[in-house]
Design a binder for this molecule. Sequence first.
Ligand SMILES: Cc1cc2nc3c(=O)[nH]c(=O)nc-3n(C[C@H](O)[C@H](O)[C@H](O)COP(=O)(O)OP(=O)(O)OC[C@H]3O[C@@H](n4cnc5c(N)ncnc54)[C@H](O)[C@@H]3O)c2cc1C
Length: 281
Amino acid sequence: MSVQHAPNVEMHTSTCVDRVEIDQDGVRVTDTQGRCFEGSALIGADGVRSVVRNTLVGDTHRVSGHVVYRAVVPREDMPEDLRWNAAAIWVGPNCHLVHYPLRGGEQYNLVVTFHSREKEEWGVREGSAEEVNSYFTDICERPRRLLSKPTSWKRWATADRDPVERWGRGRATLLGDAAHPMLQYLAQGACMALEDAVTLREAIRAQHGSGDFAAAFRLFEEKRVVRTARVVLSAREMGRIYHAKGIERQVRNSLWQGRSPERFYDAMEWLYGWTVAHCLD
Ligand SMILES: Cc1cc2nc3c(=O)[nH]c(=O)nc-3n(C[C@H](O)[C@H](O)[C@H](O)COP(=O)(O)OP(=O)(O)OC[C@H]3O[C@@H](n4cnc5c(N)ncnc54)[C@H](O)[C@@H]3O)c2cc1C
């Protein structure tokens, strides 16, 4: 059942949380219109610039200066020699391009990343073909042809945060990007948010209906903090490897040259081998 239709869920949209108070018996949230909401517990899932995190942790996000452009290209516009039924990546100094089929090959997702020359602020807006092209003048012709295909682009200036050892206190915790915003290099932000949600459910279940949210939240954090911190740090490192230049580029190439797909898969087992059955182990 969706949240909208659940009888015991009250949804408030167009609401911007401004202030959070947590005490022994409950939590209170105040929005920018001055409305107050009281409850037994608080799960802050308010994204990269989380207001709840400001209260619970008090750190700031770290703008990476890396910009992502994304577009969808219809199959007929995709160069025939690149209509691969696979995720493909082209890497270069300070940049990379990814493409893969969507909807059974009717469309292709095109995602490109570069290190911006500008001072960036975290956020998303419409992109411009001129800007994206200006960062790829020196790459080889085959992937560069792709850049002329989209009719519109979306542009994200990305950010993450340094991992922390604790996300919450008392009857409050964080989930998803609020807890562990990460760069997109491992494509794991939403995946980790889903793992969080499942683990949180299991941690609450483990309290056998006692209503001890503080205990459930500490158990949830204990099981999630290290794993998600590993993903945050690995995503940064993956960006560095993709965008390597000079001697780092040569080291990357020598590390990966001749490596079998099986060895690549084995190296990712820690990431993709997660199951709910072991989430509280
Ligand atoms: C370019 C790019 C590519 C990505 N690719 C992938 C991928 O391939 N795979 C993957 O798994 N992940 C990917 N991600 C990451 C993924 O999008 C995020 O990790 C995911 O959306 C996080 O979900 P969330 O619910 O925690 O936060 P969000 O999706 O950011 O949702 C937070 C919500 O909180 C609301 N909110 C914010 N502040 C307040 C406030 N003060 N009061 C009330 N509401 C508030 C926002 O409006 C929003 O609705 C990508 C991200 C980017 C930028």
